[in-house]
Write a protein that binds this ligand. Structure first.
Ligand code: FEO
Length: 387
């Protein structure tokens, strides 16, 4: 296993998770990577580690450059175990190493690992001299855990950003100019939508905190390293974190006998007639984590279900619960669905959309199979209420 040079005496020594397809409920069709970095100076420093089952891979890459026992500092930017999972192994090998982390990092690591490691606690503004270089630390709480921090290397203008700006991609390429930018931004958006979305205001603070830094390289902890498209990813993070939406509607639904699907098709037509971009997403064929990628930039979120057992379809309930937790803001909602006799589904969805904090349009609720007249009337009414 080879280390990959990022800059002079700075190496990527992470692990590639080619096979992972489900990251705590997030569908990772392109796999992932956990990026650890080795800085060779008078003091040898490892920045973050990898998931426990890729520890041997990380140690092999470190050993390509130095003896892991010679590591002086291990920086833990984030407690979550995809980055801290190999700490027990590396701290057992690097017996003289000091573990550098934030105050909440110390609490979290001690709670996870019940360890006796030698800690050095750092806060925003603190620095650590490692020879010719000085590491600077910036706490970024709730992007996306309380312990998060980033590490900046001013001499090389590298920001070790941990989860921020990451993407779940497994690849042999390591840099943003080695893969198509469209794929990278799509995966970065999906990552933002499913991991970071609830913390927009904290992301804005973190962007402000690093805005004064000169950055040539953003060394993320997932996916590729940004070195050629830094303005692109910073611009997208500004947009996503400010909940800026586009003239776009996402129509999400499940259906029993296609009646709710007929209404969904009518809703698509109404938005298209108003010049909107529309995404029609059946919950049987689309994973909720992919739907959230679209929700991130959509002004209208339309959700439909037939009534099933006086309730909504479980797929729709799952999506609504997931979306509520991720808390997109400044959206408009529309509930729709068909029913046979009791017809509770549309009211349940409408309440759920209100609970998300969305303003709602007049719902569309049609008994049994929508006929042409009913559909035309609903489309016209909806067109009239779309901004
Ligand atoms: Fe990639 Fe929050 O862990």
């Amino acid at each position: 296993m080879k280390a990959v040079k990022v800059a002079e005496n700075i190496y990527w020594v992470g692990g590639i998770d080619w096979h992972i397809r489900n990251f705590h409920g997030y569908m990772t069709q392109r796999g992932s990577s956990y990026n650890a970095y080795l800085v060779i100076d008078e003091k040898i420093t490892l920045i973050d580690t990898v998931k426990h089952y890729l520890c041997d891979e990380m140690i092999a890459r470190i050993s390509d450059i130095v003896d892991p026992a010679d590591i002086d500092y291990v920086i833990s930017n984030h407690v979550e175990m995809d980055h801290s999972g190999s700490l027990p192994e590396i701290m057992a090998i690097a017996t003289k190493a000091t573990l550098v982390t934030s105050p909440n990092g110390e609490k979290g690591l001690k709670a996870h690992f019940k360890d006796q490691w030698n800690y050095r606690i750092v806060k925003s503004g603190d620095t650590l001299n490692i020879g010719k270089r000085t590491l600077a630390f910036v706490q970024t709480p709730m992007v996306h855990w309380p312990d998060n921090m980033v590490t900046y290397l001013p001499e090389d203008k590298i920001l070790f950003s941990n989860d921020a700006f990451g993407q779940h991609i497994a690849s042999s390429e390591r840099f943003d100019d080695e893969l198509p930018l469209g794929i990278l931004l799509e995966e970065a958006q999906k990552y933002y939508a499913n991991i970071v979305l609830p913390y927009g205001s904290q992301v804005q603070k973190a962007l402000e905190a690093v805005s004064g830094l000169e950055i040539n390289t953003i060394a993320t902890s997932h996916g590729i390293i940004w070195r050629s498209h830094i303005p692109d990813i910073l611009r997208e993070y500004q947009k996503w974190s400010s909940n800026t939406t586009e003239n776009k509607a996402v129509v999400v639904y499940d259906t029993m006998w296609n009646s709710t699907e007929i209404i969904a098709d009518g809703i698509v037509e109404a938005f298209e007639n108003k010049g909107y971009q529309v995404k029609l997403m059946n919950l049987r064929n689309n994973h909720i984590s992919d739907i959230m990628t679209e929700v991130t930039t959509a002004k209208y979120i339309c959700v439909g279900s037939p009534t099933l057992n006086n309730n909504i379809m479980p797929t729709v309930a799952s999506f609504l619960t997931y979306m509520k937790g991720l808390a997109p803001k400044n959206r408009m909602g529309l509930a729709f669905g068909s029913y046979g006799w009791s017809g509770q589904s549309v009211g349940i969805i409408e309440q759920a959309l209100k609970d998300c904090g969305f303003e709602t349009l007049e719902n569309i609720r049609i008994q049994y199979i929508p006929d042409e007249d009913q559909l035309e009337e609903s489309i016209k009414k909806l067109e009239g209420s779309i901004l």
